[in-house]
Ligand binder design. Structure first.
Ligand code: GUN
Length: 290
């Protein structure tokens, strides 16, 4: 059993990005610039956005963090998106999700200029990704595919079960896994799937993105399977009052059955961040037509 080291791979990719940034700067181009919009005080969102900003520094990007209280109106947030769309210094930006319930996420996402949509959430990017055209691929699915590639995990003809159907992870990774070059046979399973444990157990590659801590138990996993854990449930410890991150997979009992497994933390998470950086570099290069 191999534990997939997402931190190590993401560090390698950061070095690759930094090298490209240095080359751009040497040619007289400006630093790629990512902006992140954060609404409200959700602890998880604050942590993720801070990681994204820190990662920008590590590869030599410029970053701008824009914070709003959770009483911001949809109209005000749309104005911010328009400003970022029109700011020629910004190559790409993200609006961290989830947003407060009074703001329609789809309205905000559709207002983002697809050329700056480095999250790949805009329907234009999602649609282009779905039919295999060049696009921004959303960061977590992009990171998972890269992990599989760098660990040379065979996918051709394998049965991949994606547990979860969110727009951010489950849906896009299910599309990517069936695309030419990856060539898996994909089943999308979710909370309404009948015989869910059996469906999961039929997977050669199980991608758990259901958002429920330690949902996947040993009896749901085939001997020798590859298990990719996308879960990031933060739970406060009763004793220390520190937050702990839990995956969607009960790691200790599932890992011994696997050929490969990602840990939480240190698996998919760092790859999500580095994939956002890759998309930002791509946005900067697209703008300059390099
Ligand atoms: N919330 C959870 N994951 C993501 C992500 O990849 N991008 C944004 N913008 N929000 C998220």
């Amino acid at each position: 059993m191999t534990i997939i080291d997402g931190k190590k791979i993401s560090d390698e990719i950061k070095l690759e990005i930094k090298t490209e940034v240095d080359e751009l700067l040497a040619k007289g181009y400006k630093r790629p610039h990512l902006a992140a919009v954060l609404v409200g005080n959700d602890g998880g969102s604050i942590t993720y956005v801070n990681h994204k900003v820190k990662a920008c520094e590590q590869v030599g990007f410029k970053s701008t963090l824009i914070k709003f209280n959770d009483n911001i109106t949809q109209h005000e947030l749309l104005e911010c998106v328009k400003k970022l769309n029109n700011d020629s210094d910004i190559d790409g930006f993200i609006v961290q999700l989830p947003l407060p319930v009074h703001i329609a996420e789809c309205v905000i996402i559709e207002a983002i200029d697809p050329k700056k949509d480095v999250d790949g959430f805009h329907p234009e990017n999602f649609g282009r990704m779905s039919i295999g055209l060049p696009s921004f691929v959303s960061a977590t699915p992009f990171g998972i595919v890269e992990l599989l590639k760098r660990y040379k995990i065979p996918t051709n003809g394998k049965h991949c079960v994606v547990l979860g159907r969110s727009n951010i992870v489950g849906r896009p990774i299910s599309i990517l896994m069936s695309q030419k070059g990856i060539d898996a046979t994909v089943t999308v399973a979710h909370s309404r799937t009948e015989n869910l444990a059996e469906v999961c157990k039929s997977a050669d590659i199980l991608i758990a993105a259901i958002g429920s801590s330690e949902f996947v138990k040993a009896n749901m996993v085939k001997e020798g399977a590859v298990v990719i854990d996308v879960g990031t449930t933060r739970i406060k410890s009763e004793t220390t009052s520190c937050w702990k991150l839990y995956g969607d997979v009960k790691f200790d009992e599932v890992a011994p059955k696997c050929s490969f497994i990602t840990p939480v933390p240190g698996g998919v998470g760092p790859m999500t961040i580095v994939s956002l950086l890759r998309n930002t570099l791509l946005a900067a290069k697209n703008k300059k037509c390099l």
